[in-house]
Design a protein around this ligand. Structure first.
Ligand code: UDP
Length: 310
């Protein structure tokens, strides 16, 4: 099959590209390098099944089809990045979604959008189920990301209802692994960078807020399965193992053997207090669940980061 993937120079999409190529598919990747990086696909140079085009999907997308599956994975994804690029984030979720959906419609392709657990905002229902409509501050600092993805979901459903496009929506929970940017501000690279340098670990707030971390290869498997499924409503993809940020910091200290201490910094505005995916639906529909334990995934991630740490 032939896939079109936006955001292919980013963390998640670059792993998805590798997975598709390994399965023998052809892939056209698009990226404007706002937050993605060429090093994430440098190893694909000369691969006849991979074609990269530098382009901004909010402007225009060159004629590259037909495609069997279109995947819209382009977007700044870390709070630090989307706070720096709030307008671009809104545009790639809105105009970018529309442009990618138009292509899927034109080629009668399957379509998958990488949405987010941020659609639930600071969740009122725990663990998060897909039927929860969310608790999002529409004018807070995170709204550029949350509302962009909620709009992207709405546009996706509109193309399905109006034009019959075979759409799918993945609500991705916190994911980690090699190719995250060391300085993207997210908790996994931040804590690992600090631990590997024996610098203080910066715990925001009291550290009792929770997250659930999924290793990237598990996520990519779920994305692939969902993209080929007939489920039109959102599906959570994430690892249900939930921990506080204090527990996560302890786990990082233990596995790196670091002598770092912990320091508390102010909690960012609207930081969700807890997050854990209910993956009952993904298990039932896709036969999918995460396989890589946190300790193993962190080891692969440390192996990637260690040479990059100054
Ligand atoms: N966090 C932290 N220290 C850091 C970076 C993040 O304590 O240096 C916390 C952050 O406040 C949040 C959690 O870790 O509660 C996950 O943050 P991240 O930016 O990775 O992603 P989010 O889930 O908030 O989108």
């Amino acid at each position: 099959m032939k896939f079109l993937i936006s955001g292919s120079a980013g963390f998640v999409a670059s792993h998805l590209v590798d997975r598709l190529l390994a399965d023998g598919h052809a892939v056209v990747g698009l990226d404007n390098f706002l937050t993605g990086h060429r090093r994430n696909f440098a190893h694909l140079q000369g691969n006849p099944n991979f074609h990269f085009v530098e382009c901004d999907v909010t402007k225009s997308i060159p004629e590259l089809g037909p495609f069997d599956t279109v995947i819209h994975a382009a977007s700044p994804a870390s709070p630090k990045d989307y706070l720096e690029y709030p307008i671009e984030t809104l545009e790639v979720g809105s105009t970018g979604s529309r442009n990618m959906l138009l292509l899927a419609h034109k080629y009668n392709a399957r379509y998958l959008v990488t949405s987010t657990s941020e659609c639930y905002g600071d969740p009122l229902i725990h663990p998060q189920v897909e039927t929860d409509w969310g608790n999002v501050n529409p004018v807070g600092p995170r709204s550029c990301y949350d509302e962009a993805k909620r709009y992207a979901e709405a546009m996706t459903m509109a193309f399905h209802r109006k034009h019959g496009v075979r759409t799918t929506i993945a609500r991705i929970f916190n994911t980690y692994g090699p190719r995250m940017k060391l300085d993207d501000g997210r908790v996994v690279p931040a804590f690992l960078d600090q631990a590997l340098q024996n610098q203080p670990i910066t715990v925001f707030g009291d550290g009792l807020q929770t997250r659930s971390f999924c290793y990237v290869s598990d996520l990519v498997e779920g994305l692939y399965r969902l993209s080929q499924s007939d489920e039109r409503y959102p599906v959570n993809l994430g690892n249900p193992r939930e921990m506080t940020m204090l527990e996560f910091a302890e786990a990082i200290l233990k596995m790196t053997g670091s002598t770092s201490t912990m320091v508390h910094k102010p909690l960012p505005q609207d930081d969700p207090k807890r997050r854990r995916p209910d993956i009952t639906k993904a298990k039932a529909i896709l036969g999918w669940e995460p396989k890589v334990p946190l300790e193993e995934g962190l080891k692969y991630t440390v192996d990637y980061f260690r040479p990059l740490v100054g």
